[in-house]
Design a protein. Structure first.
Lengths: 348, 166
């Protein structure tokens, strides 16, 4: 049985092995090949007239800003383009959501760009999560716990982001610290922190910063392209001094923006790479043994509270059910009385 | 002759001549792409222009691992789909092959109109744009084997039309 699809692929110039010899021998395949040639020939009869010269004119007009010559005409285009880029950068920078690109026409072609341009936006890429944990501990051995905290940080390659120690005269000491540990070490670190004392409360949360990161990458790429273009323009230096200065100013602004975004990018990477653990460590004292008098006083107070609660409960019950009990009880009593009289009469 | 990829790389470095060369190469093929798929000559020219404008704007984003030709037709396809969505919203229901083209052209157009939309697109990309199977698969985001089987089905359907006509 001939593989007709293979034959077609061979005729289309695709890499198919062993088809030449087969085609020489197989009559069916020769007929199919003739049909396929015939179809292609018929289809190519549909010819298209050339486009009008208007198309060339319009495309070349769009290309005009890239002209290297024409000293008097290049700068308005350059400044216009730079201004638009700067406005777009600022608009994107103050926008909280992920960057979606320019609306309208640009959306379609940009979406068709090679995938490498959409750095980090692949749906298959792992999400970037900044993890945060809170833990509140109480310990009677404050100093050893404080030293153990340092050891835990050293062991997990973490560091203190922020630390505050208070020692009031009337109560125990309190240490509040924001510690940063590698995200992969978070669970192990929490496990060791729990052993420092009694855990009063603990919580964990994660912030997905994937969109923020992708947005930042895209803005950075755009800004670098703008920088490249401006640098090229400066290199040519074909305009007046004022034009050159204007381009230099824009270049400075763009570089400042790039540096700011790079710093933001590093900060974001650190937030993802290092989890934050907010630790509160409070010094607690052992409870004093209660005296007999205190116990009696507490028991009396409890008894009084129980009595008051019972009275309130009875009052509530009577108010809630009293009217029903009176009505139905009265009816039952009357019924019972009638029955009793009837029975007595019969007996007599 | 410089390759398309060399030209786009030169254009990225600021060579206007490189773009002119690229424009000269793809001006008619891209216009033909739109013209065969749309009724309006004006819209075909507009969309060809928009494709080149997208190239001017997005040349910096092109990376050597993609063929320029595939990239160009990718842009053209996106624009075409957008145009079709717009036409579908505005046009009355029912699609018919219109125009006063020559009889042979009408036959081809009518036969193509009978095909499934994806099969028609694959066939046209192969016959008119001369894209290979891998390029078509890349553009339409379907496996190469699917391209081959659908292309075969489309051609067999056209062969039946041709025989019916005879």
């Amino acid at each position: 049985m001939c593989d007709q699809e293979q034959l077609m692929a061979y005729l289309d110039g695709e890499a198919v092995s062993g088809m030449v010899a087969h085609l020489e021998e197989c009559v069916d395949c020769q007929a199919l090949a003739a049909d396929l040639h015939g179809i292609s020939a018929r289809m190519r009869e549909w010819e298209i007239e050339p486009p009008s010269v208007g198309l060339d004119r319009r495309v070349r007009a769009a290309l005009a800003p890239l002209k290297k010559t024409g000293r008097r005409r290049w700068w308005p285009w350059v400044l216009g383009t730079v201004s638009v880029c700067a406005v777009a950068l600022v608009a994107v920078a103050i926008r909280p959501g992920p960057h979606r690109g320019f609306a309208g026409l640009a959306d379609a072609p940009m979406a068709a760009m090679p995938p490498a341009t959409e750095q980090g936006s692949s749906p298959a890429a792992a999400p970037l999560i900044a993890r945060i944990a809170q833990i509140v501990l109480t310990t009677t051995a404050f100093d050893p716990a404080r030293r153990a905290l340092d050891d835990i940080l050293a062991h997990h390659q973490g560091y203190f982001g922020d630390m505050n120690l208070t020692s009031p005269t009337d109560t125990g000491r309190t240490l509040t610290a924001a510690i940063r540990v590698p995200a992969s070490q978070l669970d192990a670190t929490l496990g060791e922190l729990r052993r420092l004392g009694h855990v009063e409360s603990e919580s964990q949360s994660g912030e997905d910063v994937t969109a923020q990161s992708v947005d930042l990458d895209a803005r950075l790429i755009n800004a670098r392209h703008t920088e490249e273009r401006l640098t090229d323009l400066l290199r040519q230096r074909t305009g007046d001094l004022a034009d050159v200065l204007a381009v230099e100013k824009e270049l400075d602004n763009t570089r400042g923006e790039i540096e700011r975004m790079e710093a933001e990018q590093k900060a974001l990477a650190t937030r993802v790479a290092y989890a934050t653990v907010n630790v509160t460590l409070t010094e607690g004292h052992p409870a004093l043994a209660a005296s007999t008098f205190s116990r009696l006083r507490n028991a009396a107070a409890d008894g009084f509270h129980s009595l008051a609660a019972a009275i309130v409960a009875v009052a509530l019950f009577l108010l809630a059910w009293g009217p029903s009990i009176v009505v139905f009880g009265g009816l039952l009593w009357l019924g019972w009385r009638g029955v009793r009289r009837f029975v007595i009469r019969k007996t007599l | 002759m410089d390759s398309d990829e060399t030209l786009i790389a030169d254009f990225r470095r600021g060579s206007r001549d490189a773009f002119e060369e690229l424009f000269a190469r793809y001006r008619e093929p891209l216009y033909g792409f739109f013209r065969r798929r749309l009724d309006s000559r004006e819209r075909a020219e507009d969309l060809t222009q928009e494709t080149f404008l997208a190239v001017i704007r997005g040349a910096a984003r092109w990376e050597p691992r993609a063929l320029v030709r595939t990239w160009l037709y990718g842009i053209a396809l996106k624009l075409l789909y957008a145009e079709r969505r717009k036409l579908k919203r505005n046009a009355p229901p029912g699609e018919a092959v219109r125009g006063n083209a020559a009889e042979t052209t009408m036959w081809v157009r009518q036969a193509l109109a009978k095909l499934d939309e994806t099969e028609r697109e694959i066939l046209m990309l192969r016959e008119y744009e001369q894209l290979d199977y891998a390029e078509i698969a890349d553009l339409l985001r379907i496996p190469v084997n699917t391209v081959r089987s659908r292309l075969f089905r489309a051609r067999m359907a056209l062969r039946d039309c041709l025989k019916g006509e005879a």
